[in-house]
Design a protein around this ligand. Structure first.
Ligand code: ADE
Ligand code: ZN
Length: 334
């Protein structure tokens, strides 16, 4: 099973580029940019990754990205993730980035997006991994700030596939950003939003995502299982759910394998992802290995989880069919 998972062609749909910042690169960039770090070794830094909920993670995540300053820093961050992903047979990735976390520190939108975009082009050419970019708004900042950043993104529209919503969900419901997402949709962008596990008012947030915002996908969305009505809506609209098992374990002490089993039984389009792999110390393969063990998923179920990601990817039908054929060929030859 380990080898089967390791080598199956994969897509990753829920990964925050800033959450792929490995401690080693942090130290290199801190030195180069003359930024003081609170820890004196990579081991000490990793030892501080002691998260128990979303806010305790976000505090370390935002502090960590302070070493990212110039275009080449964003290039290196992105290229390193894409290399690692490609080494795990990820053929396609949709990448979140958080521009407001950088502009608020005086790093321009152009610097961030240009560094990321150049790395995407180079990785596709040199490594054969295709990727698309999703601009995430920080939900604990204002809707005005989100709108300003959507306006900043307009000259780079061709470099983006969609918009998302992340950061602290408490008291920051989807409807707060209804105008921003309506405008993004008019601009031709796809829409997704985080509905993190066990958040306050989670069922209301999931319903708002579907009915008011009319998202194309939901990030996490585990709690939808508490409502038959929401499960039916998600199924009817064929919405993908980008679940992140190791990320969930920090909050609920389980990889949510029971919930993932339920989603598969209900034919919901559940996918497996890494979220913030440098912080959670698990890339896509490690998420799949650990999940398979906890939930004793069989080969057919693992194949469905992997195939679902290509099915709900923001790609044209022909490209999706080509990737799905690669998965089929792999499985039949295995
Ligand atoms: N930003 C980075 N990772 C996140 C997550 N899992 N939830 C919300 N915001 C995030
Ligand atoms: Zn996330």
């Amino acid at each position: 099973m380990h080898t089967f998972i390791e080598n199956i062609p994969k897509a990753e749909l829920h990964v925050h580029l800033e959450g792929t910042l490995e401690p080693e690169l942090s130290f290199v960039l801190a030195k180069k940019n003359d930024v003081a770090l609170e820890y004196d070794s990579t081991e000490a830094l990793v030892a501080a990754y002691d998260f128990h909920d979303l806010p305790s993670f976000l505090k370390i995540y935002y502090a960590g990205m302070n070493v990212l300053r110039d275009e080449y820093d964003f290039y290196q961050l992105t290229y390193a993730y894409l290399s690692k992903a490609r080494s795990q047979q990820v053929l396609y990735a949709e990448l979140f980035f958080d521009p407001q976390a950088h502009t608020s520190r005086g790093v321009s939108f152009e610097t961030v997006i240009t560094g990321i975009h150049k790395a995407q082009l180079d990785a596709e050419e040199s490594l054969g991994i295709k990727s698309q970019l999703i601009l995430c708004f920080l939900r604990d900042m204002s809707a005005e700030s989100a709108m300003q950043h959507l306006d900043m993104a307009e000259p780079y529209l061709g470099w983006l596939v969609g918009v998302g919503l992340d950061s602290d969900e408490r008291n920051n419901p989807p409807v707060k950003f209804a105008d921003v997402f309506a405008k993004a949709k008019k601009m031709g962008l796809k829409l997704t939003m985080h509905c993190d596990v066990n958040q306050q008012n989670t069922l209301t947030h999931i319903e708002q995502c579907i009915r008011t915002i009319e998202v194309d996908r939901i990030d996490h969305g585990i709690n939808s299982l508490e409502s038959d009505k929401l499960c039916e809506l998600i199924k009817d609209k064929k919405l993908g759910l980008t679940v992140c098992p190791v990320s969930n374990r920090f909050v609920v002490q389980s990889l949510t394998s029971n919930e993932i089993h339920s989603m598969l039984e209900k034919d919901m389009l559940v996918t497996i992802n890494s979220d913030d792999p440098a912080y959670f110390r698990a890339y896509l393969n490690e998420n799949l290995f650990e999940l398979q063990k906890e939930g004793e998923f069989d080969q057919a179920q693992m194949t469905t989880l992997v195939s679902n990601a290509f099915k709900v990817a923001w790609l044209d039908e022909k490209t999706k069919a080509d990737y799905l054929l690669q998965v089929d060929n792999y499985v039949s030859q295995y």
